[in-house]
Ligand binder design. Structure first.
Ligand code: SAH
Ligand code: SF4
Ligand code: F3S
Length: 436
């Protein structure tokens, strides 16, 4: 059988999509981890920031040497960059044989076939219905412990800086029946953890026979499938983090006490300009509610530094909201203007790059302090950990995560990957907890 190599960039949704793609092509190709022996290379791409796209251009140039060696090698580009740049990419990237946008993966066998016969082919049509819901993804992470399950696609929020609504199209939910079937199958294969995925999972909604399945109800249904199955989710928009959802997370022991709640900025002026539709005060009230219902719940966030017109005062507001919440973890970025978005059209990208860098560095330094302080509070505590693998530092150590999504490293003993064990934290760095 011919061999397929898939390389994935960007968010967890893209990783989940690559597993769907592997499933769609499984009768034609078997997966390989070795790019050198591939007959087909697929690059699943991300457009979120300019840097993400530059990285992919660089990678495609590296692959040119391989293509010179294997004349029959085919290279295809998938994902958000395919959707954003469309056939324009064939001009700058002659290595490409075909391009497929995020809703066109069922068409891949045909796109591949037609491109072999000569001209490059593409399909970048977005769909209002496609959820790939009857496709059982082929898992290629190989750890057999933790899996992603995509429950919805697209985004309707149109935050002014963001390309996702354009690259992924309109929001649509997948049927609960096929989601539960997929989880059932994962349980049979011995998986211990699922992460329910969507750009905005808490706006999940499915109506059938007059009954409405909300995200909270779906989470409860998944949690009830097995007490030994951990349930996680990503990502939630603050506007939709309802009391019903928080009460559901609090109620089930096996729903992890970890919420990723992107704030983006602590300034109401910036939040409004970003079209985030919440205020600083509303966000802090939601955080208070989380802590009230689940004092042990970890919260992480996304932050953008140097958005259009951001003053030093706005920036201080971001630092102060970080301190007020005391985030366990944060993903932090410099604003990167994306063509076609509202902010590119309406606002000037007026913060000089050095100043963006300076603000970002302040944010990163503060988050380092907050993460370290949070980890120090865990020293002496005992956590249940799901063992995920061998530590990179030493063959005698394993690592796993606790419910709060923190990585804990501990001695191997007789323990196996996929087991739960209770460990007591003895020391920490800003990034990791260690247990004896
Ligand atoms: N749907 C998720 C986030 C998806 S993108 C949510 O709304 O929470 C992940 C993160 O990338 C965003 O939260 C934002 O912080 C960052 N991001 C998106 N567009 C960006 C841009 N143009 N420049 C810099 N960061 C950006
Ligand atoms: Fe982008 Fe906003 Fe949608 Fe997240 S919610 S994907 S940041 S538009
Ligand atoms: Fe990137 Fe697309 Fe995900 S732009 S972050 S791969 S939805």
């Amino acid at each position: 059988m011919k061999k397929l190599y898939i390389e994935t960039y960007g968010c967890q949704m893209n990783f989940a999509d690559s597993e769907v793609v592997a499933a769609i092509l499984q009768d034609l190709y078997e997966l390989t981890q070795n790019v050198q022996e591939a007959d087909l290379i697929l690059i699943n791409t991300c457009s979120i920031r300019d840097k993400a796209e530059q990285r992919i251009h660089k990678r495609l140039h590296e692959l040119e040497a391989l293509k010179k060696k294997h004349r029959t090698l085919q290279v295809g580009l998938l994902g958000c960059m395919a959707e954003r740049m469309k056939e324009e990419l064939f001009e700058t990237e002659p290595i490409l044989n075909f391009i497929a946008g995020p809703d066109a993966y069922r068409d891949l066998p045909k796109l591949i076939q037609d491109s072999v016969q000569g001209e490059p082919t593409f399909n970048v049509l977005l769909s209002e219905e496609e959820t790939y819901d009857n496709i059982m993804p082929v898992r290629y992470d190989l750890n057999g412990v933790s899996a992603f399950v995509s429950i919805m696609r697209g985004c309707n929020n149109f935050c002014t800086y963001c390309v996702v609504p354009y690259t992924r199209g309109r929001e649509r939910s997948r049927s609960p029946k096929t989601i539960l079937m997929e989880v059932e199958q994962l349980l049979k294969e011995g998986y211990k953890e699922v992460t329910l995925l969507g750009q905005n999972v808490n706006s999940y909604c499915w109506e059938e026979n007059g009954e409405k399945m909300t995200f909270a109800k779906l989470m409860a249904a998944v949690a009830e499938m097995s007490p030994g199955l951990r349930v996680r989710f990503a990502t939630s928009h603050p506007k939709d983090i309802s009391d019903e959802l928080l009460e559901t997370i609090a109620k089930y022991d096996n729903i992890c006490k970890y919420i990723h709640l992107p704030v983006q900025s602590g300034s109401n002026v910036m939040l409004k300009r970003m079209n985030r539709v919440y205020t600083r005060e509303y966000y802090l009230e939601r955080v208070r509610k989380i802590k009230e219902l689940m004092p042990d719940c970890a919260i992480s966030t996304d932050i953008i530094a140097g958005f259009c017109g951001e003053t030093l005062e706005d920036h201080q507001q971001t630092l102060s909201i970080m301190r007020e919440v005391g985030y366990e973890y944060a993903y932090m970025f410099k604003y990167s203007e994306r063509g076609g978005t509202m902010s590119a059209k309406r606002f000037e990208d007026d913060i000089p790059d050095e100043e963006k860098t300076r603000r970002l560095e302040e944010i990163i330094a503060l988050q380092g302090e907050l993460s370290f302080a949070s980890n120090q509070r865990d020293v002496g505590k005992t956590f249940r950990v799901l063992i995920e693998g061998q530590s990179k530092r030493s063959a005698d150590q394993l690592y796993g995560r606790n419910s709060q999504n923190k990585v804990i490293i501990f001695p191997k003993g007789n323990h196996q990957i996929g087991e739960y064990i209770d460990v007591t934290v003895t020391r920490c760095t800003a990034a990791t907890l260690f247990a004896d």
